[in-house]
Design a protein around this ligand. Structure first.
Ligand code: A2R
Length: 326
């Protein structure tokens, strides 16, 4: 029998890195009736999920699905999320990240007597080059994006604000800083270093890790803490407002690498790989999370060392189980 008191949550972009974690959090911790678009890539137990195949660029399909299931809250994670792909294919990036978002909001708006809470997931990348002397960024710090991906996310943020203010829609915007966890693509530093270290532990690689700019300082948070913040923001975030989600602390990539190496118990050298250097790396960025804390009571709880240990063990397991040939 259907329980009408249980909230329906729709995760758009559930097949991505964050989507699987968010889906699990909504189902297991918040006991939501959770609907996913596409299956999560992580191997998770799919009991209790309904799955729809939805391309956000198919406006009529999006509208039909929304009208049919009428979720109480929508987590919009679908994106072309790779910075390097955004340089190679800025048009596709703009189409998915900007037009896709507009189409989603228009679809919601066109359905009568329907006003779901919508979370638009953006990125700390939107801040880009910071004003001189600034490393701690609040939501009021001007955005100054320096790659096509970040431009599209800044645009998404502005669209969300516009629709909330102009049409009274219940939209909250997020700027998520670096989040890490098992299963992330090795285009990201923590996963890359853990995979290389796992290969060394497994004896499949010489004791050298290749890295890019080690001096840049970034704000890292466990993805499980991040999705917990999303759940709270869907409940308590103020409509039309933007929230930074991060740890509020920064560490250098060098320190991150040292932590991973020390977890391995091995003596490992580092080597700079010019292919991993980014042309205009921002020296330091960390999130001011006071607004998020004040409005939701959220704070990160999973220590960085725990997250790194779990990623390293995961990568080692993948190699030893033969899932990844080195
Ligand atoms: O590319 P696919 O097939 O894996 O699907 C991606 C999905 N996606 C779409 N879904 C529906 N219609 C589309 N036209 C479309 N284009 C892409 O969005 C993928 O499953 C998901 C994004 O997942 P990831 O790239 O792994 O991003 P992640 O790290 O989970 O980040 C979630 C959100 C994104 O909006 C980021 O820009 C933001 O957090 O930082």
């Amino acid at each position: 029998m259907e329980n009408n008191n249980i909230k329906k949550s729709l995760v758009i972009g559930a097949a991505g890195f964050v989507g699987g974690y968010l889906a699990k959090h909504l189902r297991d911790d918040l006991h939501r009736d959770t609907i996913l678009t596409k299956l999560p890539s992580e191997e998770i137990n799919l009991d209790g999920f309904s799955v729809y195949d939805l391309d956000i660029l198919q406006l009529y399909n999006v509208r039909a699905i929304l009208d049919q299931i009428r979720p109480d809250e929508i987590y919009h994670l679908a994106a072309q999320s790779s910075v390097s792909v955004s340089w190679k294919n800025p048009r596709l990036t703009a189409e998915v990240n900007i037009s896709g978002c507009i189409d989603l909001l228009e679809a919601v708006r066109s359905i009568e007597n329907y006003s779901p809470k919508i979370l638009l997931i953006g990125s700390g990348e939107e801040y880009g080059i910071l004003p001189k002397g600034v490393s701690l960024v609040s939501e009021d710090t001007p955005v100054n994006p320096i790659n096509p991906y970040a431009v599209t996310k800044a645009a998404q943020n502005m669209i969300g604000r516009l629709y909330a203010k102009s049409y009274g829609m219940r939209i909250v915007m997020v700027r998520a800083f670096n989040h890490i966890g098992k299963g992330q693509s090795v285009n990201f530093a923590a996963a890359d270093f853990c995979r290389q270290t796992a290969e060394i532990i497994a004896g499949r690689r010489e004791n050298v890790i290749k890295a890019g700019n080690l001096s840049a300082k970034r704000d890292f948070t466990d993805v499980r803490d991040i999705v917990r913040a999303y759940g709270l923001l869907a409940e308590k975030g103020v409509d039309g407002e933007t929230y930074n989600v991060g740890s509020g602390k920064s560490i250098s990539i060098e320190e991150l690498l040292c932590k991973i190496i020390s977890l391995s118990g091995k003596s490992i050298k580092r080597e700079i790989d010019p292919d991993k250097l980014r042309p205009s790396d921002v020296p330091e960025i960390r999130a001011d999370i006071s607004k998020l804390k004040k409005d939701t009571g959220w704070q990160p709880i999973i220590p960085l060392e725990q997250t790194l240990t779990e990623i390293l063990m995961y990568e080692l397991g993948e190699i030893l189980n033969g899932k990844r040939r080195v």
